[in-house]
Design a protein around this ligand. Structure first.
Ligand code: NAP
Length: 287
């Protein structure tokens, strides 16, 4: 297939590379230079990448960035053709995704929201989970591409519901990690070696994908970004926005947001979100 890939960050770069490896013709665009994907043609604008493409895949930071690459100057919009499918793997506000879909459908193309989970390692290894919202016939057309970049896709329902499910899942990740960070900090202050607590967690029902992925990084104090703190912070704001509109109270998340605010104030926004444990440790007087 001829695929335009827009956004070659931590996730988009390896996703596009996996499409190239699978033999697809990829034209890739990234806002700043220096993130080229070997084997993909570099495009100067999103519109140029999308010209003649069958599918446009987007993986950029946030709602504003998606709007920019779709409808901004030299955006994908200028190259939309009837039958073209745009797939958005960025995590954005579900209501904005629906609005973007309407604008794309007005041109005879379609938008499928397919946010992802699996982080950097999942993107590199092609084992992502795609959380999909969209018309069944459009999802069917891009199904082979989910198989190249991921281990599974789940079609949640109509367009926008992929984003809705994704932010709920990230809410759980934020709270699970916060529980891990607070439990680890309290027990180490009480004298339990951190490695022993992790051994206990991994041998008990507390074990989860989050502790499997993050515990080794936390034990090594390696906060190089897999899922940057600034992006989880952005997602927390999306969750709080969506919750307010839906009339849902999220008291746990509101508290966790304070930890993210404090982490950003420490200057850690570009570190992994696991660095938020540093705030709990600092408040506990642990260096
Ligand atoms: P990233 O490394 O920060 O990359 C962000 C990408 O968006 C870069 O290509 C960046 O371009 C581009 N971008 C940002 N603002 C833009 C704008 N206004 N116009 C055009 N391009 C813009 O982020 P990532 O980790 O790949 O995440 C991408 C998306 O996937 C996000 O929505 C994130 O929440 C979601 N996600 C991430 C993970 C993870 O573990 N990392 C997991 C699941 C979902 P530049 O290179 O020019 O800055």
């Amino acid at each position: 297939m001829r695929i335009a890939f827009v956004g070659l960050g931590i996730m988009g770069g390896p996703m596009a590379a996996n499409l190239v490896k699978a033999g697809h013709e990829v034209k890739a665009y990234n806002r700043s230079k220096g993130k080229e994907v070997p084997g993909a043609k570099a495009a100067a604008t999103p519109a140029e990448a999308a010209r003649d493409a069958d599918v446009v895949w987007i993986c950029v930071a946030d709602t504003k960035a998606v709007e920019q690459v779709l409808f901004g100057k030299d955006g994908v919009e200028g190259s939309l053709r009837p039958g073209m499918i745009v797939v958005d793997s960025s995590t954005i506000l579900p209501s904005a995704s629906k609005e973007f879909a309407e604008r794309i459908r007005a041109k005879g193309a379609d938008l499928v929201d397919a946010p992802i989970t699996g982080s950097k390692i999942g993107a590199e290894q092609g084992t992502l989970l795609f959380i999909v919202g969209g018309r069944a016939e459009s999802v069917e057309k891009v199904k082979p591409l989910f198989a190249v970049m991921g281990k599974k896709y789940i079609h949640v329902g109509e367009q926008g519901l992929g984003e809705a499910a994704k932010i709920g899942m990230n809410l759980m990740i934020a709270l699970i990690f916060e529980g891990f960070a607070e439990g680890l900090t309290l027990t180490s202050k009480l004298g339990v070696p951190r490695e022993k607590l992790v051994e206990l967690i991994q041998a008990s029902m507390i074990r989860s994908g989050v502790t499997d992925y993050k515990a080794p990084f936390v034990l090594n104090k390696d906060y190089s970004p897999n899922f940057p703190l600034r992006l989880m912070h952005k997602d927390i704001h999306i969750m709080l926005d969506a919750a307010e509109t839906a009339g849902v109270r999220l008291p746990g998340l509101e508290k966790v947001e304070e930890v993210y605010e404090a982490s950003v104030a420490e200057g850690w926004k570009d570190l992994d979100y696991a660095a938020t444990i540093g705030v709990i440790e600092k408040w506990a007087g642990i260096k």
